[in-house]
Structure formats: structure tokens, C-alpha cells
Design a protein around this ligand. Structure first.
Ligand code: HEM
Ligand code: HEM
Length: 222
């Protein structure tokens, strides 16, 4: 009998590990039991995220890409910057991303994802986890730094021109001006990580021919 955390090695390894899930402690579970996080599968042996997790993932992707487009087009923020449409859109969409990301984090806690890339080396699995963690961190902390910078530059944050949010820093507050610089740096780092993350997903799909990309894509009917 297999003990908790033990994985099969030898000729049966690839077959068994693909059909076996490991929870966050590395405990193997039969294919159809355990966390509700595993929804429909997109192939006989491919584990997948459930529909809500996929929706949240691709919604964030669309919003973050739109946000970078706005950030590139909007005017530089400095002592004499006046409020304008693009800055308003940047602030509003940024707050929406923050809220959706918070929902996603809570959802992730309530539905742990015991997926693993059984055939990948440990460094790859750890890198993937570190990048996912960095996404959560940057998209949950970074918006507050941008908000502080907006307040320090006396730029009001009004959600789509309707709901006025409070200032979170005094005008010209030094810490908040520094927070703005960190916000900018963090967000360009985020873009670099997104390129790495997308390249890794495409590499798995087209070069490794495994199920890593498929488990985040809409399920196809057999
Ligand atoms: C959550 C997603 C967000 C992303 C991806 C993002 C991205 C960016 C990027 C790339 C820049 C640099 C633009 C440049 O180099 O010219 C920037 C600057 C800025 N963002 Fe954001 N942002 C986000 C959220 C927010 C939020 C929620 C606010 C305010 C409520 C905000 C306020 C600002 C401000 C004030 C600057 C100028 C910073 C400075 O130079 O002090 N951002 N943002
Ligand atoms: C704004 C851009 C993106 C962000 C912030 C992002 C974020 C994330 C996060 C946090 C996860 C971990 C799963 C979770 O916690 O729900 C994840 C998984 C995943 N993402 Fe993205 N992602 C982005 C773009 C993309 C793109 C462009 C692709 C495909 C080309 C992609 C493909 C995947 C795949 C295949 C997984 C599953 C990986 C696995 O199961 O180990 N992502 N993504």
C-alpha cells in the first residue's frame, strides 16, 4: 500500500502520477476525490482548474493587459499633473483589479489547488509557485502604492467618476512619493514575470506536450 506523500517510481510512474492528485501536503488522492478545486477535466488524464478559477484567471489577464496599455498612454505623474480621463481610468481599473484579485485569493484559500507537474524537475515547480505568489503579492500590494502616490500628487481617486475614494496620503508626503516609484518598478517587474509565465505555459504546451496549459483553458467536450 502507498504511504502518504509517496510517489510511484519506475515504469508505472508516469501513468499513475498523471491519474493521481497530490494535496498541498503532497498526499496522493484518487482522481475523483478530495478538494473541490478540481473541476471538469479537459482530457482523460489532465487535471484542470475549475470553471471559476479559470474565469478569474482570464478576467485578470484581460484587465491587467488593458491596464498596462493605459499606463503606457497616460501622462507622466509629477508635481504639476492635472487629473484627466486616462489617469482616472488607470486608477479605477487598478482598484477593480485589486478587488478581483482579493476575491481570487479568498477563493484560492477556500479551494486549494493540489495540482502538480509530476514530470517536471523540482526547480521548475518551485519557480512556477514563486511566480504565482509574486503575482498575488504585486497585484494586492502594488495598487495601494499607486493610490498613495495619487493622493500625494493631489490626484483624486474616483471609481469611474462615481464613487470618490479617500486620500490615503498627505499632499507631497515623502513616503507616498517613494511608494509611487516602487509602484512603477513593481509593475514593470510584473510585466516581465507575465512574459516569463506565458512563455513557460506555451513551452509546456508546444514543446513538452503536457497538460499544463490545457488545465487553465476552457474544458473541451470529449
Ligand atoms: C493593479 C494594477 C495596476 C497596474 C498594472 C499599474 C501599472 C502602472 C505602471 C506600469 C505605471 C508606470 C507608468 C509609467 O512608467 O509611465 C504606473 C504608474 C502609476 N500608477 Fe499604476 N498600476 C496599477 C494600479 C494603480 C492604482 C490602483 C492606482 C491608484 C489608485 C495607480 C496609480 C498610479 C500612479 C499615481 C502612477 C504614477 C506613479 C509615480 O510616478 O509616482 N495605479 N502604474
Ligand atoms: C496578467 C497576466 C497573468 C497573471 C496575473 C496570471 C496569474 C496566474 C496565477 C496566479 C496562476 C496560479 C493559479 C491560481 O492561483 O489561480 C496562474 C496559472 C496559470 N496561468 Fe497565468 N497569469 C497571467 C497570464 C497568463 C497567460 C498569458 C497564460 C498563457 C499563455 C497563462 C497560463 C497559465 C497556466 C497554464 C496556468 C496553470 C499553471 C499550473 O497549473 O501550474 N497565464 N496564472
Amino acid at each position: 500500500m502507498m504511504r502518504a506523500g509517496e510517489r510511484i517510481v519506475g515504469p508505472l510512474r508516469r501513468h499513475y502520477n498523471r491519474r493521481t492528485r497530490f494535496n498541498h501536503r503532497g498526499i496522493s488522492m484518487p482522481h475523483n476525490q478530495g478538494s473541490r478545486s478540481i473541476g471538469r477535466t479537459s482530457g482523460p488524464s489532465v487535471q484542470a482548474y475549475n470553471a471559476t478559477a479559470k474565469w478569474l484567471h482570464w478576467l485578470i489577464v484581460l484587465m491587467v493587459l488593458a491596464q498596462f496599455t493605459i499606463a503606457i498612454l497616460m501622462p507622466d505623474v509629477g508635481p504639476n499633473t492635472v487629473p484627466g480621463v486616462l489617469l482616472d481610468r488607470h486608477f479605477s481599473l487598478g482598484i477593480v483589479i485589486l478587488v478581483v484579485m482579493a476575491v481570487r485569493l479568498v477563493y484560492r484559500w477556500r479551494h486549494p489547488v493540489p495540482l502538480d507537474m509530476a514530470d517536471s524537475p523540482a526547480w521548475e515547480r518551485w519557480t512556477a509557485r514563486a511566480v504565482h505568489l509574486a503575482f498575488y503579492f504585486i497585484l494586492l500590494v502594488g495598487p495601494f502604492l499607486g493610490w498613495a502616490s495619487a493622493s500625494a500628487h493631489k490626484l483624486p481617486v474616483k471609481l469611474f467618476g462615481v464613487i470618490a475614494l479617500p486620500d490615503i496620503a498627505a499632499p507631497r508626503a515623502r513616503w507616498a512619493l517613494t511608494a509611487g516609484d516602487i509602484h512603477t518598478l513593481m509593475m514593470w517587474l510584473l510585466l516581465a514575470l507575465i512574459v516569463l509565465h506565458a512563455a513557460a505555459a506555451l513551452y509546456h504546451h508546444f514543446s513538452r506536450h503536457d497538460g499544463v496549459l490545457r488545465r487553465m483553458l476552457p474544458a473541451r467536450s470529449e
